[in-house]
Each structure stands twice: as C-alpha cells, then as structure tokens.
Design a protein around this ligand. Sequence first.
Ligand SMILES: Nc1ncnc2c1ncn2[C@@H]1O[C@H](COP(=O)(O)OP(=O)(O)OP(=O)(O)O)[C@@H](O)[C@H]1O
Length: 283
Amino acid sequence: MPSIPATPPRLTGEALCAGYDARRVLDGVDLAVAEGKLTVLLGPNGSGKSTLLKTLARTLTPSAGRVCLDGQDIHRRNTREVARRLGILPQGPSAPEGLTVRQLVGMGRFPHQRLWRQDAAQDARAIREAMAYADVTDLADRDVDALSGGQRQRCWIAMVLAQETDLILLDEPTTFLDLKVQVDLLDLLSRLAHEHGRTLLLVLHDLNLAAAYADRLVMMRDGRIVTSGTPEAVFTADNLKRVFDLDAHVIRDPHGQALVCVPARSGRGPSATAPAHDARVAI
Ligand SMILES: Nc1ncnc2c1ncn2[C@@H]1O[C@H](COP(=O)(O)OP(=O)(O)OP(=O)(O)O)[C@@H](O)[C@H]1O
C-alpha cells in the first residue's frame, strides 16, 4: 500500500444538521477530518457520534449544511463513486447468512466492479492483501457466523480495507473485544494512518485508548462538537467534565507518556483515586 503525502482535508462537514424524522440530532456541526491521521470521536451515549459518521458517509442526508468530499457536495456524487473513496464500518454490521470470510471481504470490492468490466486479478490481490493485513488469512474459508466476536470484527475491517479507500470511518470497532484484541486492532488502524497515509475517523468509548492512539480527538455532546484538537490539548479533566459530566483526573502514564484518565469513585472525590507518585500532573 503506497504512502500518500499530507494534503488538506478531503472530507469536511459544514454547519451540519441531521436527525431522524422530526428529531434533530446534529445541531450545526463543523468538522474537517485531518488527512493521514487517526481521529477519534468521543462523546456520551446518544450525543450523535453515529449520526455524524452516517452523515459524513452519505448514509444519512443532512437537513441543513453539507458534507464535502474532495471539494464537492457528497450528496451530489453517486453511491459507487463515494464508495471508491470512502469506506464505512457501521456499528454492529451484519452479513448475509452462510458467507465465508473470503466472500465477506470480497464484498469490499463491489464498488470497483461493473457488469462489463471486472478485474478479477486486481480484486483477488486486494482481498488477499486485506486479509493478510487484518490477520484473517487463516480464517478465509470459515463461515463468518461461526467466528468469535474479535475474529469477526477483524474480518469486517478486512472488508473495509479491500475497498481500498483513502478515507475510512469506523463506528465503535472495538466493542465486545478483549483488551488485547482492542490494542491489536488499534495498532493495525494506527499503521494504516501512519504508514499508509490513510485517513481514519473512528468512534471509541474507551477514553484511555482514545487518548493513547488518536492524533486528533473530537469531543461531542448533545449533537454539537464541544472541543477538538490533539490529545495534549483537549484530553483534560475540565473537558471530560464538560463533555461526559465525569469527575476525573488526567495523569501521565510514567512509562509510555500517554495521557490517562482516572475517574473519581462516586462519593469519594477525585483525590481518593489519584496515584501518590509524582507522575500526577495537572492537565
Ligand atoms: N434510526 C434512528 N431513529 C430515530 N432516532 C435515532 C436513530 N438512531 C439514533 N437515534 C437517536 O439519535 C440520538 C443520537 O444517536 P447516535 O446513535 O447518533 O448517538 P451515539 O453518540 O452514537 O450513541 P452511542 O454512544 O450510544 O452509540 C439518540 O437520541 C438516538 O436515540
């Protein structure tokens, strides 16, 4: 996979309002997804993260504002054209029954195929590379239904990779995975951004993994972006309180230097859980 030089954002949302029937969820969201970076969207349940991802991916039409992909309104582009540039893995995806892993991953090639023009060799190469990258080659002939949650999630990631898009949106890709598998998956996504120049926007619920892996954090509440920037700039106790209503300290991991959020246990106050050593810093 060739590296792509840093360029201005190709995916932006401008004054986006969106929702479901009469219910407005997004309320004037402005967002430029940083090129070649891993951006993590954080926010409490129901704050509109999935709605934003769906709107950015053209699955949901905004009631006001617009999404631009490569400078053009994404809703004026056709589905196949968008799918060749932008891949999305929604929350809790489901596959048709009886599909093997290779067939599922092959679905990522649909946007590149036409009835009168199919490049079987190119499709086979993309599927092979995606399965190798997501470490599911050994599972290729297994039934997707018969896999563990973690294995299945890696297969879905492989499907998105086989789509060979520069922009990848993932909604809670680590849900239901054990910590080691979460870390493996985030390492993989991080390599995609940093070694292959892909642009990733993902929703995560684990604050500490988000702070450890994100180049940029975007924090949402009540359908609005409250703050965004590098973890150094925005992963602060004040912002965690503003966005999540969470009482916590943010400290620096003395070994890896990552920022770590230590929640205060209810009724005991933040100081009850703060470590005694001098790694604690006011952030
Ligand atoms: N298909 C839908 N129809 C109607 N309302 C919806 C639909 N999907 C989401 N909502 C509502 O929109 C609001 C935002 O939901 P959304 O899924 O975007 O939040 P979220 O931040 O991704 O939440 P979570 O962290 O729980 O996944 C919620 O109040 C939710 O109930």
